[in-house]
Design a protein around this ligand. Structure first.
Ligand code: T46
Length: 131
């Protein structure tokens, strides 16, 4: 988790996120999810090389992280929480509140070839497959 520092004053809050300061990579792409339908689970993939920071700028959601051996669930329920996800981590996003806005800062441009969308292929990729 990366703790982002709010610059609050009598007008409200402002958070700045800077590459190579708050984020350990060049930020090449920003995307965000909103109006997520209740009960929806998204993700279900890993990346071969992409690194990302997830910030739920409004509302809340949960992220399942899986390295092929261990699983962990992280609550993103505060805009000061940045979740770093390296490559080779299977991720699923769920439990979105109706007002959730999940913003993602990414180290590379969009490239479908970087996705591993099959769980067995993921286990092979991270060397955790029994098959
Ligand atoms: C990730 C998690 C956290 C684009 O055209 N450009 C983009 O930059 C992205 C991210 C997506 N798309 C298109 C591809 C699909 O047609 O938008 C559609 C939805 O993408 P996807 O189904 O991959 O969304 P999620 O929520 O499953 O995963 C996304 C990211 O794709 C992924 O890299 O780590 O959020």
């Amino acid at each position: 988790m990366i703790k982002l520092v709010p610059h609050g004053d009598h007008r409200g809050q402002l958070i700045a996120v800077e590459e190579h300061k708050d984020v350990p990579f060049d930020i090449k792409r920003v995307y965000y999810m909103y109006d997520t339908v209740e009960g929806v689970r998204r993700g279900f993939h890993a990346h071969r090389s992409l690194e990302q920071i997830l910030i739920c700028t409004h509302g809340s959601c949960k992220i399942l992280l899986d390295d092929g051996s261990e699983k962990a669930v992280v609550d993103l329920d505060d805009p000061t929480k940045g979740l770093y996800i390296g490559n080779n981590i299977w991720r699923e996003m769920f439990d979105f509140s109706p007002d959730a806005v999940l913003m993602v800062l990414a180290s590379e441009l969009y490239d479908e070839a970087d996705y591993i969308r099959n769980y067995d292929e993921f286990l092979k990729f991270v060397g955790k497959s029994n098959g």
